[in-house]
Design a protein around this ligand. Sequence first.
Ligand code: NAP
Length: 279
Amino acid sequence: MNKIIDGKMIAEQIKNEVKEETARLKEQGVRVTLAVVQVGSDPASGVYVKNKKKACEYVGFESLSYELKEDTSQEELLALIRELNEKKEVNGILVQLPLPAHINEDVIIKAILPAKDVDGFHPENVGYLSTGQKGFVSCTPAGVIELLKRSGISISGKECVVIGRSNIVGKPMAALLLREDATVTICHSRTLDLKAVTKRADILVAALGKPKFITKDYVKEGAFVIDVGIHRGADNKLCGDVDFEDVIDHVSAITPVPGGVGPMTIAMLMRNCLESAKK
Ligand code: NAP
């Protein structure tokens, strides 16, 4: 096993698998289409949307792009979602978050048909995950599980600690680890003695959104560390929630930033969209 887990390479493998299957579906006359909706012109969202469209092109999906103005009303956005829900040829609908403050994200997420909710954010899909049923799973935590499995890191029975309890990363991450038979602990900003908890972890997932916060004092020697965080520093370089240089000699394996969890998120989005088309 490599000490530095190559998320970019594993994401390429997954995208190539999706690409092959997409080509097979095409031969049977089935096209896969993802609708990508962006409201406003947040530069970070713009980059994510561009990368998602690029990935669609790579795997052979059609992508429909909707770039709406910042002042689009909630009603207008809901009307577009209803239209996409009804369009037979659309297999997946992705509304890029965050949305402008005047739009209620929960209302928008709930409006997406669960069968086209390839981001896995709809409460119905979240419910399926927590009750162990099949449904779409949030792409970033699903990507983490895939990274662990494809790197030969066994999860069953391990002590896993997730730092962060967001609906998009922390909570589904914990649910997925539990589904893989790990013993799971979730930490958050009110956790009293964070270090004492994280030092128990055989597998530590950092998703707290604080650049280079996790130093080796938080990590058990020989642990596997997954860094979900992504931040652009003043020097314009990307870094994660983990202080990579500080922990690297202390761990069994770690994901780098960039090139770790990030590329997996898009690869899993492609896989979810393919699954939707197959259904
Ligand atoms: P978020 O919604 O801001 O949630 C952060 C979580 O961390 C919260 O639950 C918060 O606790 C907890 N937290 C904050 N400070 C803490 C501290 N000092 N000690 C312990 N817990 C603390 O963030 P998110 O959306 O989950 O994202 C987390 C990170 O992952 C961000 O850096 C984000 O950019 C990145 N991300 C990356 C990808 C990717 O594709 N690589 C995808 C999504 C997100 P409370 O609940 O108590 O406030």
